[in-house]
Design a protein around this ligand. Structure first.
Ligand code: UDP
Length: 325
């Protein structure tokens, strides 16, 4: 069925890829983004774009009353872990306060469906090798704490007001889709940083700790292709049920170490990519790998691009195309 949707944060990395996939699936999308970290030229062609705060601009769209919207996908957020520790107010206001205002706007206008970008950072230091949705949520940074607070708020709104909500907890999102990929001004993520060494924009990559209790001593993460992630959002939209707030982890279920990622980037780019060992980054757990059993069973989701080589190759193609303008 054709849906009319609002995508907040649709000028950002994951939001733009999801918008592109939603449009291809035949849905109608209005992107709302304040361009604080997103790029206007990343909004996919075919989507209407309204610049502004996620809650205010959504209220404006719903107030126009031209057509009913079927749902909102809320991607807009502050997402730098380090910054969240230095300037927590920016995260509590920018993430939590904005989300509560958005929930009130949806309620006021009777919009029934919400898909929210949550994160593995809600779990903190894991107790199990594969993290299920039932794992304890003890975030080790403010960013994760704000996303967890929003998840709790969504649960209450769903119970009290009948919202049909799904939170998707992303592990390490990577790769690119067509002309949509990672373009952060402040880049903190491993794969884009390593690729900056291959393009010559950075001299070397720092490995944050090689004394973790893993085979090669470097931290292990679960890298998921952004298109697989986007497809889970389409499934979440159709599986959302009034009065329920479902939460699903999204990852490949396979972990790769920092050294394995760097080695894969060397193979893909043919560049030597010098690496030096640096101290651990505060709050970085040794291993974060998702159990995505629930998403597979309940949403019928199946990640297709699980091979790290393919994920890095897509990110590299995107990086090179942007360099060539
Ligand atoms: N990492 C690293 N060097 C970098 C950036 C990241 O060694 O320049 C490590 C980081 O400590 C973590 C992994 O790479 O173990 C993935 O980090 P990223 O910031 O991409 O995602 P996170 O897992 O923190 O969400």
């Amino acid at each position: 069925k054709h849906l009319k949707l609002i995508v907040t944060g649709g000028a950002g990395y994951i939001g733009s890829v999801c918008t592109a996939r939603l449009l291809e699936a035949g849905h109608e999308v209005v992107v709302v983004d304040d361009l604080s970290t997103g790029h206007a030229d990343a909004v996919p062609e075919g989507a209407r774009f309204l610049e502004g705060d996620a809650a205010d601009a959504t209220a404006q769209l719903l107030g126009e009353g031209k057509a009913e919207f079927d749902g909102v996908l809320h991607f807009a957020a502050k997402s730098l872990v380090g910054e969240s520790m230095q300037d927590p107010g920016k995260y509590w206001r920018g993430n939590v306060f904005t989300a509560i205002r958005l929930l009130d706007v949806l309620r006021e206008h009777g919009v029934g469906r919400l898909v929210f970008s949550s994160t593995a950072a809600t779990y903190g230091e894991p107790e199990q090798a594969l993290i299920p949705e039932t794992a304890p949520t003890r975030p080790t940074n403010t960013y994760g704490a704000t996303k967890l607070a929003i998840d709790h708020a969504i649960t209450s709104y769903a119970q009290a007001h009948g919202l049909a909500a799904v939170s998707l907890r992303y592990f390490n999102v990577a790769g690119a889709y067509g002309s949509y990929g990672e373009r952060h001004t402040t880049e903190t993520h491993l794969i884009p940083i390593v690729l900056q060494v291959a393009t010559g924009d950075r001299a070397r990559v720092q490995i944050y700790g090689d004394d973790y209790p893993t085979d090669d001593g470097t931290a292990i993460r679960d890298y998921i292709h952004v298109t697989d992630l986007a497809d889970a959002h389409l499934l979440a939209l159709t599986h959302a049920r009034p009065g329920e707030h479902r939460i699903y982890n999204l990852g490949n279920g396979t972990g790769f170490s920092v050294r394995q990622v760097i080695e894969t980037c060397r193979e893909v780019t043919g560049h030597a990519i010098p690496a030096v060992v640096a101290p651990r980054r505060a709050g970085d757990p040794a291993i974060l790998v998702a159990s995505s059993e629930a998403a597979r069973e309940e949403l019928g989701w199946k990640p297709e691009s699980t091979d790290l080589h393919g994920i890095v190759a897509d990110a590299w193609r995107f990086t090179q195309e942007r360099q060539q303008g």
